[in-house]
Design a protein around this ligand. Structure first.
Ligand SMILES: [Zn+2]
Length: 248
């Protein structure tokens, strides 16, 4: 089978969709995303984007695989404990779809490196686990005018929001969290139900694919998922005129 006919078969269920079709799938195939944090959220988002035929993915995470990650970070297996997360993930994703170009960055990026990484992609998916990274990623997206798809999960709760790229009119991540709320900080002290970050990462991939394919995406809303009750609701995020991201 030729590469082209193999690709068409692989993408057949997208090509059959009225909202995607050949044009939308071509846009997905030409698209790129930076995924910040290859944890439970980043693993799910990366797998679905690569499976769906995105053209290029950049993964960044300076961590190594820990045994406590394995209950939810589904790109990693028992034999990967101690290895670099981005390199293990890149190898799995390349096997999943060899047509996707994958770049792995296995260190903490400084401001200039982050700006360069953000400028080189169509959009950013942030599934990182700390506010310092989240604020830095948001600022880089505001400066570069790039869409930020932001997700978080803790305990039995998940949340998702899409910001930009029209930051002159719409809110940024800092408008939602003006200051770091350490109680939201990470899974280590609070625990997390394994599939909840998977739900959020999967939804982030949905929004990313919609954006690439040219389907309208609702920005400036915080989408909240409570796995304990099964409730889902969304609240509008106000753009803060005094947000530090907009003062220059
Ligand atoms: Zn803001």
């Amino acid at each position: 089978m030729s590469d082209e006919s193999s690709r068409l078969q692989r993408e057949a269920r997208h090509l059959a969709l009225e909202q995607i079709g050949e044009r939308g799938q071509a846009r997905i195939g030409a698209g790129s995303a930076l995924i910040v944090g290859v944890g439970g959220i980043g693993c799910a988002a990366a797998q679905y984007l690569v499976a769906a035929g995105i053209g290029r993915v950049v993964l960044t995470d300076f961590d190594t695989v820990d045994v406590t990650n394995l209950a939810r970070q589904v790109l990693f297996g028992h034999d990967d404990v101690g290895k670099s997360k981005v390199h293990v993930a890149a190898s799995r994703l390349e096997a999943q779809n060899p047509a996707c170009r994958i770049k792995a960055i296995d260190r903490r990026l400084d401001v200039d490196e982050l700006a360069e990484a953000v400028a080189g992609v169509d959009m950013v998916l942030d599934g990182s686990d700390n506010f310092a990274t989240r604020f830095a990623v948001s600022d880089a997206c505001v400066n570069a005018g790039k869409t930020l798809i932001s997700g978080a999960a803790i305990r039995l709760e998940g949340q998702l929001a899409v910001f930009g790229p029209d930051y002159g009119k719409s809110p940024c991540y800092r408008c939602l969290y003006a200051e770091a709320d350490e109680s939201l900080e990470n899974c280590a002290g609070n625990g997390v139900l394994g599939p909840v970050p998977g739900v959020i990462g999967t939804l982030m991939a949905v929004e990313a694919l919609k954006l690439l394919a040219g389907i309208d995406v609702r920005t400036g809303w915080l989408w909240l998922f409570d796995a304990a009750s099964g409730d889902v609701h969304s609240v509008a995020i106000e753009r803060r005129a005094d947000c530090v991201a907009f003062q220059s």
